[in-house]
Design a protein around this ligand. Structure first.
Ligand code: LLP
Length: 405
């Protein structure tokens, strides 16, 4: 049985810290990490938390404390991870369409680097030759993922070096004496079907003999977690077994033992996060009841941006009869969190909780409409700590420069 924060706990935290509020449950993150470790005990596997999902430094510190590594998508994330206490060896930087100067910075910080273009790979070879091991992000031409915006491995995707250009990678490796240690693919987010990961390994299978210094196959992230009640996520145990079989085949065919890396984001933090809002206004229009809350797409953009489902409960009136609502935000454009959603009878001022708010929730929040971003709280050892205070008007003005007249 998964660890959850109860309605009572959430109500107490909301009362103490105010809303809108993101709440993260440290033990739930640990539980997910242990599940992963458990599923991969029989293979040489390392996990790098895709910290783009949630980068609050207190969360990063917790993830470091349980033994997980960090995967970063910008050099700023790399610096945050190092500040959180990860050693450079525990940090991976998977770049995507970035300036070469950012790769130079990552190298100066001593972290693992995955490169996703021939152009940057050539520059890397010119500057570092064999002196710094590097990973290659390949685009496997596999269509997978919850929706097109988060599908990254298909044959029209901007991500990675197209697999059909592997010959050019090999040529560059020889020409520049590159030390290629890792082959990386990431096909998308919310991949339920374990076969997709198996296919990814198979795509890389034939390439292995061409890379004599290869030590790592990095399969990226993208494990699906359940968002709606009754929905199922990726079967991690089955995935562990499939990956084991694929890697045994590699070992048998090439007599080489490779390490496997994964970069889970949602899997580690999505279910550990709760977003609590309050109802400002109830509005009736024909058959529709709008529940207008003190938040909007500026705080949780996933429903509007991807059409994502987030389960919502009224924690102030949980045992009341269910009614149908459109739960909407207070931003100056349509920001529906949920349409025709059955929720326990809502009254003004009630607290509503959005589940699965740990991944890409606060992280994608903005100050649109000059509204403050939510505060964040971490619950650990039954103690609730503020890990980000709410914005103030001074914060909104802090980076603005008013030119002298
Ligand atoms: N590795 C790489 C190279 C990635 O680009 C990503 C996610 C991950 C790992 C982690 O994927 P995850 O395990 O979290 O699915 N904002 C979107 C998700 C964007 C994912 C971007 N890349 C959402 O809210 O659904």
């Amino acid at each position: 049985m998964s660890q959850v924060l109860t309605h009572q706990q959430l109500l107490k935290i909301a009362g103490e810290f105010g809303t809108p509020l993101y709440v993260y449950h440290a033990e739930r993150i640990t539980e997910q990490y242990r599940r992963l470790q458990q599923a991969f005990t029989e293979t040489n596997t390392a996990f790098f938390y895709a910290c783009k999902a949630l980068t609050n430094i207190s969360v990063l510190k917790h993830i470091k404390s349980i033994g997980c590594n960090a995967d970063c998508s910008s050099v700023n994330e790399v610096q945050l991870a190092l500040m959180a206490g990860f050693s450079p060896q525990q940090v991976l930087y998977t770049s995507n369409n970035i300036a070469f100067s950012e790769i130079e910075k990552a190298v100066s910080l001593g972290v693992h680097v995955n490169i996703d273009s021939l152009s940057n790979l050539r520059k890397f070879g010119d500057k570092y030759g064999h002196s710094y091991p590097v990973g290659i992000r390949l685009r496997p031409n596999i269509m997978a993922g919850g929706n097109l915006k988060i599908s990254t491995g298909h044959n029209k995707s901007k991500f990675g070096i197209p697999i059909e250009d592997t010959g050019k990678v090999i040529q560059l490796m020889k020409e520049k004496n590159l030390h290629i240690r890792t082959l990386h693919i990431h096909t998308g987010s919310e991949i339920k079907d374990v076969e997709v990961f198996a296919r990814g390994i198979e795509v890389l299978f034939e390439l292995i003999p061409h890379f004599p210094e290869l030590e790592v196959i990095d399969l990226g992230g993208g494990f699906k977690v359940p968002y709606a009640p009754g929905e199922e996520g990726t079967d991690i145990t089955l995935l562990g077994k499939k990956v084991k079989a694929e890697f045994e085949a590699i070992e048998k065919r090439y007599n080489r033992k490779l390490q496997i890396w994964f970069e889970p984001g949602k899997f580690l933090v999505s279910e550990a996060g709760y977003f609590i809002v309050q109802v400002n206004v109830l509005k009736q229009s024909g058959d529709t009841t709008f529940a207008g809350v003190n938040s909007g797409l500026n705080h949780l953009i996933r429903p509007m941006f991807y059409g994502s489902y987030h389960h919502i409960e009224n924690i102030s009136n949980a045992t009341a009869a269910l009614h149908r609502y459109n739960i909407v935000g207070n931003i100056c454009e349509t920001d529906n969190f949920a349409e025709d959603r059955m929720v326990a009878e809502i009254r003004e001022d009630d607290y509503l909780v959005f589940y699965n708010a740990g991944a890409y929730g606060f992280e994608m929040a903005s100050n649109y409409n000059s509204r403050f971003k939510p505060a964040e709280v971490l619950v650990k050892d039954n103690k609730s700590s503020l890990i980000r205070r709410r914005d103030t008007l001074e914060d909104i003005l802090a980076t603005q420069v008013v030119p002298a007249d």
